[in-house]
Design a protein around this ligand. Structure first.
Ligand code: SF4
Ligand code: SF4
Ligand code: SF4
Length: 251
């Protein structure tokens, strides 16, 4: 029996990082309480953060980070050619993430701000899906470790892969959080796909949409509410652009 072209026996997994903070990889590496169960289902053959093994023989590639250098493009294409299933892991890989903010500035100016006059090979930030075909996207900054393990197990067993369709607000209300919109803070929870447990509003911070658009999100309504609350167009746009997760769905 096969699923997505993979034999349903212990598949080999490679985890790879590109332009990123490696926080999503750390989430996987730190998942000690379920790590043994997880490793009983898969064989990790390439994962720089936890092992010196560097095999090129893998079925599933988990790719973290956005793409911002020429050598990254070639490396990503090679990984795509070897993997039967390529998963974009985390908001950087799925949407460009925080790194994408660089694209809002002239490239030379942005590079000089960070690296001074040192010469650095870096270009416009792209999503993994801009360069190669992506079979599955798992957003989150960082990803939810429980969600990644569940999805990988579902790939292995052939079970259906489902993400919440409802927005972060649902989880936020279930957790009885105070709505930060009432605390005069912008929150993108009404238009953002749930699954994180509404961790940001729980900490009295507005959701910045790292998990991307919820299904049937009513963007106009949220923007109107934020305008009525007196937030400037600039601030609203700044929040919507933060992870580049709403590019193409919000004007
Ligand atoms: S999505 Fe967030 S946690 Fe993951 S690599 Fe990018 S910046 Fe780091
Ligand atoms: S704090 Fe944000 S996520 Fe929570 S209910 Fe208010 S708008 Fe929704
Ligand atoms: S509340 Fe929003 S920004 Fe925070 S983790 Fe959840 S989806 Fe991401």
């Amino acid at each position: 029996m096969k699923y997505l072209g993979i034999d349903l026996k212990k598949p080999k997994i490679g985890v790879f990082d590109f332009t990123s903070c490696e926080g999503c990889e750390l989430q996987l590496a730190n998942k000690e309480e379920t790590l043994i169960d997880f490793l009983s289902l898969v064989e990790v053959v390439n994962f720089r953060e936890i092992s010196s093994d560097q095999s090129d023989n893998y079925d599933i590639a988990l790719v973290e980070g956005s793409i911002s250098r020429r050598d990254e493009i070639d490396r990503l294409k090679k990984i795509r050619a070897k993997a039967r299933v390529l998963v974009a892991l985390g908001t950087c890989a799925c949407f460009g993430g925080v790194n994408h903010l660089k694209n809002h500035f002239p490239l030379k100016e942005a590079v000089r701000e960070v690296y001074g006059e040192n010469s650095v090979d870096t270009g416009k930030v792209k999503r993994v899906g801009d360069i190669v075909e992506v079979d599955l996207e798992i957003p989150g900054c960082p990803v939810s470790k429980a969600e990644v393990e569940k999805i990988v197990v579902n790939i292995v067993t052939g079970a259906e892969i489902k993400f919440p369709k409802y927005p972060v607000c649902v989880e936020c209300k279930q957790n009885l959080n105070t709505c930060v919109l009432d605390l005069e803070k912008i929150c993108l929870g009404p238009i953002t796909r749930a699954g994180c447990g509404a961790v940001c509003p729980a900490a009295k911070a507005g959701c910045l949409g790292c998990r991307g658009p919820a299904e049937d999100a009513n963007y106009e309504s949220l923007i109107r509410i934020m305008q009525e609350k007196g937030f400037s167009e600039f601030l609203i746009k700044e929040k919507l652009d933060f992870y580049n997760a709403f590019s193409g769905v919000v004007a």
